[in-house]
Write a protein that binds this ligand. Structure first.
Ligand code: GLN
Length: 535
């Protein structure tokens, strides 16, 4: 069967949750046992988002195959529970780079290279190649930005042309405001969105309306009339108690059946067991039996998107353990130089210190780690959070005053964390860190790490340039720090633990592999430890 396509366009506003809509469609098609894969287009001219500041772009998501991709890939994987690949991420930078290098190679000899047809053909052939290679039943193409942006205009034109050759269902995600004063749902902005898409030569099969409240029948009728659609093609996307309910909601309102029909796909029996498990997880997310308070410490906390995967991993682990993890965001710079409110931690059942780059806020993180260790608060350190756990231990338990990571204080006498050997000759910044899935041994069966995963070796995703300095292994382990995870050649330290209480740090980013249906083991262990703490 040839691959069919769904193209998800956004109109009017960004931030409406196109990634969640795309992911919900992926989840629904998977419930029906169709193989569905996402493709994401981002209009920026960077090759990928790996060199962008988290404040600009939110979290950089990393895939098994070492690709650094848009955070929407995190949403796709969390919903679909499949490992995706970097070729599914198309950016303006990748496309323009390819066109120019092809032109320099003589690939277009004699021709004037133009947006149409050369760039649009490049897009169409990339998409067809993905279909040929991966053979999905459906490719769902999410177009970043909104209709009318200059950045995505040529991509949208390519989607119009794709529909001349293939079966394509277009979806317009738009916003439907409710005016507080009159409580009326206003369709005019959505109508303008419809018109903008029509101007691009595209008629959408569905309009999905983000709104605070359920769509009124009269609202659907009105919008349907202006959009030349039948009423049932105006799909309600009202605020959900949890994002993970959206696939179920879409199925409740009958979107699944219409979508399958438009795609020419048989309405098969869905996988009832998978749906029942998903529903159970949603129920435990919305009304769990237990609650814990978790402090998430970071240096980009003003933009929670920088830690999207950490936040979601806590939700996944919470669904598994029937527990709501209430997150308190702690900006580590507030704890630099002995400042900061430690009373807040009296109410915390657990602390997570997240990943990051550069020295800003790291002294605050070290202070908080010390506070967690000396007050027996369950602790999970992620990447930088593991490196600073080592630094804190060196300073306060092994008497190595001023110990630090050479990234943060190049002049320190005690360099506990140093540049990876493999990084020493690297000067280029894009895609050059130690990235992607890496195997790790957990030799100690009594360790928190082994108990969490229940096996060895394990694989987690990475994104770092620095590592534990092996010259300090003996000094720190003599003082009680446990090294409980190593790379398969035993050269790099991957996990460390305190010898008493629950304190574990990993050089990896386990949050990047956490999914609603298979939560990250370390987060589950953290929540279990948090539940047994009395505050
Ligand atoms: N900056 C540290 C390193 O590069 C930690 C990276 C991270 O937390 N992802 O090793």
């Amino acid at each position: 069967m040839p691959t069919k396509y769904v193209v998800v366009l956004g109109s009017l506003l960004s931030g409406l949750g196109k990634g969640v809509v795309t992911s919900s469609i992926l989840r629904i098609l998977d419930f029906y046992n169709y193989k569905a894969l996402p493709v994401k287009f981002d209009g920026y001219l960077n090759f990928d988002c790996g060199t962008m500041n988290p404040f600009q772009h939110g979290e950089v998501f990393v895939l098994d195959d070492k690709s650094e991709v848009d955070m929407d890939f995190g949403i796709y994987e969390r919903f679909l529970n499949k490992d995706l690949t970097g070729d599914l991420s198309i950016t303006g930078g990748k496309l323009l780079g390819a066109i120019i290098s092809k032109e320099r190679q003589g690939g277009y000899l004699g021709q004037t290279v133009q947006i149409i047809p050369h760039l649009t053909n490049e897009i169409i052939s990339r998409i067809e190649k993905l279909s040929d290679e991966k053979k999905p039943d459906v490719l769902i193409i999410e177009v970043g930005g909104t209709v009318g942006d200059i950045e995505n205009s040529y991509f949208i034109e390519a989607m119009r042309q794709l529909a001349l050759k293939h079966e394509v269902v277009f979806i317009n995600l738009t916003y439907l405001p409710t005016l507080d004063v009159v409580g009326e749902q206003k369709t005019k902005p959505a109508q303008i969105g419809v018109r903008l898409i029509l101007q691009d030569g595209i008629r959408t099969n569905f309009i999905i309306c983000r709104s605070q409240t359920a769509l009124l029948e009269s609202t659907k009728e009105k919008l349907a009339l202006f959009a030349n659609l039948s009423k049932e093609r105006i799909i309600d996307d009202k605020d959900q108690q949890t994002l993970y309910n959206l696939p179920l909601h879409f199925m409740d309102v009958g979107f699944d059946r219409l979508l399958l029909k438009d795609l020419g796909l048989q309405l098969r029996q869905p996988n009832k067991k998978k749906i029942a498990e998903w529903k159970e997880n949603v129920k435990r997310t919305i009304s769990p039996k237990h609650e814990v308070n978790i402090a998430v410490v970071g240096k980009y906390t003003h933009l929670h998107d920088s830690y999207a995967s950490v936040k979601e991993a806590l939700i996944h682990a919470g669904a598994k353990t029937d527990t709501r993890a209430n997150v308190t965001w702690i900006e580590s710079t507030d704890y630099d130089d002995g400042k900061g409110d430690y009373n807040i931690f009296k109410k915390m059942h657990g602390v997570v210190v997240t990943g990051g780059f550069g020295s800003r806020g790291t002294e605050g993180m070290i202070n908080i780690i010390k506070h967690a260790r000396t007050n027996n608060i369950p602790y999970l350190g992620l990447c930088l959070g593991m490196q600073l756990m080592v630094v804190e231990y060196a300073r306060n338990m092994a008497g190595l005053a001023g110990a630090n990571s050479s990234e943060l204080d190049p002049k320190t006498k005690h360099k506990l964390i140093v540049l990876l050997d493999s990084q020493k000759r690297i000067t280029a910044k894009g895609g050059t860190m130690r990235l992607g899935a890496q195997e790790c041994l957990l030799p100690d069966k009594d360790s928190v790490a082994y108990k969490a995963y229940g096996k060895s070796p394990i694989s987690e995703r990475h994104r770092h340039r620095y590592e534990f300095n092996n010259n300090y292994r003996k000094i720190l382990t003599d003082k009680g720090l446990k090294i409980t995870g190593l790379t398969t050649d035993r050269k790099l330290v991957e996990f460390v633990e305190w010898s008493s209480g629950f304190g574990i740090g990993t050089q990896s980013h386990p949050e990047l592999k956490s999914r609603f249906e298979s939560p990250a083991p370390l987060f589950v262990s953290l929540i279990e430890a948090a539940k047994s703490r009395n505050v």
